[in-house]
Write a protein that binds this ligand. Sequence first.
Ligand SMILES: NC(=O)c1ccc[n+]([C@@H]2O[C@H](COP(=O)([O-])OP(=O)(O)OC[C@H]3O[C@@H](n4cnc5c(N)ncnc54)[C@H](O)[C@@H]3O)[C@@H](O)[C@H]2O)c1
Length: 249
Amino acid sequence: MSKVAIITGAGSGLGQSTAKKLAEKGVHIVVVDIDEEGGQETVNLVKQAGADAFFVKADVSKADEVKNYVDQTVEKYGTIDYFFNNAGISGSGKMFLETDVDEINKIVEINMLGALYGMQYVADVMVKNGGGAIVNMASSAGVMGQATVVTYSATKHGVVGMTKSMVAEYAKDGLRVNAIAPGPTETPMVKKYFEDNPEMKESSEQGIPQKRLGTPEEVAELVTFLLTSDAHYINGDVIRIDGGFTSTK
Ligand SMILES: NC(=O)c1ccc[n+]([C@@H]2O[C@H](COP(=O)([O-])OP(=O)(O)OC[C@H]3O[C@@H](n4cnc5c(N)ncnc54)[C@H](O)[C@@H]3O)[C@@H](O)[C@H]2O)c1
């Protein structure tokens, strides 16, 4: 029987690369995103890789829309084996005292509440079905402090906290929950930014011991490992994937 994964923010970047990687292992993917066009693109990529997929449009910061993507998954496949709780946004890059309250609210709603709602509805199904594996998307900013990302960093530290505490409550019920903390990774959005600002690319790479950005494929490999049974004794951990970026922090 094929395994079933839900991936939020699967219409682009790290969600899309992970959907492709899991599909190559025969995993069926429920593609969740607010962006319909990107979502459909991912559905096509999964099908090209030989697995099944469908798209559910959802804003992860709305609890009823989260419930809907979980309900639709159970209706179609009867179960949820894997969950990549990935959707997230960054901020404007302003210093904290110049950041307006609407921006703070939006980042917290999507990155923190969205992740909590997703974990609650998905874990409810997993625990009733005897278990499952979840990977929550944190960031280097979830394990260290950095300028211009105070709110983003708060939400990603929150993601690390919710990961550890879920394990304390539900590992006994067969749940594995881990977080990943990527450093700067060359997703299409980051690539475009660096094409427009080549001097920023240079300085970013210089700050990374391996002197290059990560790739979406490297992150997809890690998530696939953590979700699948090869990682069956890794639980409540935060795995950094950042070329050594946070190693000295
Ligand atoms: N790219 C990096 O360098 C990097 C590093 C560390 C962590 N991350 C984290 O990885 C995750 C994915 O980032 P990415 O780089 O792939 O970005 P991305 O912008 O390429 O992809 C994010 C996807 O999430 C979707 N999304 C945004 N808000 C949503 C919402 N409210 N509901 C549903 N979907 C929504 C977007 O439409 C998009 O398809 C984020 O949580 C981000 O914080 C990224």
